[in-house]
Design a protein around this ligand. Structure first.
Ligand code: GRF
Length: 201
């Protein structure tokens, strides 16, 4: 069983979807710790409720982001994590952090990368007027939403959409796609060669 640490700043609906998938036996791993940079993040409550270690790391307690990341690395190593999952973690991670866990950090982004990276991926796509968008699970490298793509799923933009309705449908897609990608990792089915991530038997 692989050990998963989830970093989340917000609502944590993706975390919830991952925890439920784990409970249904659909992910060959378990979440051993959830870390947030926000004391009031619902994500922490979702973990606490299930008896999973929920750790608030206050950025104000650290000199700079390198100091923060060093402490975070220590926590993750202590938790003996195999995989770090970014589920709406709103902090930019330093190269120090990325190098500590090469091809062991996964992120979900609400667009079909490389289109619309950065914050507001849904809004950017909506305002551009695309007819199709979606979400991407990828490994994290030192760039902005630029690591090897693991899985992608498209979501059509319909005429009646607002940013909100589009966001909701993308979110629902994320809740399926993220646990699937995590399970593939946990079953050692992902092999990265350069930019390509292969799913192997
Ligand atoms: C998701 O939309 C994801 O694409 C982005 O952050 C959001 C997290 O949402 N990276 P939630 O906290 O899991 O509801």
């Amino acid at each position: 069983m692989k050990r998963i640490v989830v970093l989340a700043s917000g609502q944590g609906t993706n975390l919830e979807a991952i925890l439920e998938a784990v409970e249904r036996g659909e992910v060959a791993g378990r979440v051993v710790m959830v870390v947030s940079d926000r004391a009031d993040a619902p994500a922490l409550k979702r973990a606490g409720k299930r008896g999973i270690k929920a750790l608030f790391m206050n950025p104000k307690d650290f000199k700079d982001r390198f100091d923060y990341d060093r402490a975070l690395i220590k926590e993750i190593i202590t938790a003996q994590a195999d995989l770090v999952v970014l589920a709406g973690f709103m902090r930019l991670l330093s190269p120090l952090f990325i190098e500590a866990f090469p091809m062991q950090i996964m992120n979900i982004h609400p667009s079909i990368l490389p289109a619309f990276p950065g914050t507001d991926g849904v809004e950017q796509a909506f305002n551009y007027g695309v007819k199709v968008t979606g979400c991407t699970v990828h490994f994290v490298d030192e760039g902005l939403d630029s690591g090897p793509v693991i899985l992608q799923e498209t979501v059509p933009v319909i005429q009646q959409d607002t940013i909100d309705t589009l966001h909701q449908r993308i979110h629902a897609t994320e809740h399926r796609l993220f646990p699937t990608a995590i399970d593939l990792f946990c079953r050692d089915k992902l092999k990265v060669e350069g930019r390509r991530c292969y799913i192997v038997d």
